[in-house]
Design a protein around this ligand. Structure first.
Ligand code: ATP
Ligand code: MG
Length: 223
């Protein structure tokens, strides 16, 4: 059987942007991922509510994966009413027959810095490889110092790197677009255009549906 290497990229994707696709593209190249599943999250009650509905966030994700070899939009988290912890999502994949060494949880270095506060830390590292990608202002090179308890599990990933059977934490130092969903929502709320920070199909979807205009949630409910 050919090796399966499945990248899982979770996020709010409100909206999905170039930083997200750059992250997954870099991980796909460095680790030879055979699939990339982009997984919009149900947002927990203690986090700010997304400006757009789960339906629009999933639609934008589906537009981004269209035509990308091996990429899929996954509704695994949205299908469940309650927000999913990452460990729960990884367990669901294991219940469907995926082994930990076949799964690569993709994450930006900013989010990874908080990993010690995640549910099931540190046993979460037994459930999948982690692939951490630099984000502007958050180089992966700083992570060994920031998270010394995890340094012995960290491996620098460059194309062709050996993937051990025991799940590891791969560090991928790639350039990704210097953009955030927060900045995009603010720009759209001011009536600005997005200038290449999102896929043209996502830009069209946002304009066609008037998403993020005036930055208000009332707007969403008005339709
Ligand atoms: P928000 O501003 O709403 O927090 P975001 O742009 O940070 O949105 P998220 O949905 O929070 O996007 O991020 C999902 C994942 O993508 C996280 O692992 C995050 O670290 C990563 N990520 C987001 N933007 C970038 C970027 N520009 N470069 C690299 N990784 C990124
Ligand atoms: Mg974020």
């Amino acid at each position: 059987m050919t090796t399966r290497r499945i990248g899982l990229l979770g996020g709010t994707f409100d909206p999905i942007h170039r930083g997200h696709t750059d992250l997954a593209t870099a991980a796909q190249a460095a680790l030879g991922l055979t699939q990339v599943l982009v997984i919009p999250a149900n947002v927990p009650p203690h986090r700010p509510k997304p400006l757009t509905s789960s339906f629009h966030r999933f639609a934008m994700t589906a537009l981004v994966v269209a035509g990308r070899q091996g990429w899929r939009a996954s509704d695994v988290e949205l299908r469940h009413e309650a927000p999913s912890y990452t460990v729960t999502t990884l367990r669901r994949f294991q219940e469907r027959g995926y082994a930990p060494h076949e799964l690569f949880f993709l994450i930006g270095a900013d989010a990874f810095r908080d990993i010690a506060s995640w549910r099931d830390y540190p046993s979460i590292f037994e459930r999948a490889h982690f692939a951490v990608v630099s984000r502007p202002g958050h180089p992966v090179s700083a992570l060994r110092d920031h998270l010394p308890a995890l340094a012995s599990r960290m491996l620098d990933a460059t194309p062709g790197v050996d993937v051990p059977a025991k799940p590891a934490i791969f560090l991928i130092d790639a350039d990704t677009a210097d953009v955030s969903s927060t900045a995009l929502r603010a720009a759209l709320g001011r009536g600005e255009r997005l200038d290449g920070h999102v896929d043209p199909r996502v830009q069209q979807h946002i304009e066609q549906h008037g998403l993020y205009r005036f930055g208000s949630t009332e707007r969403r409910h008005a339709l």
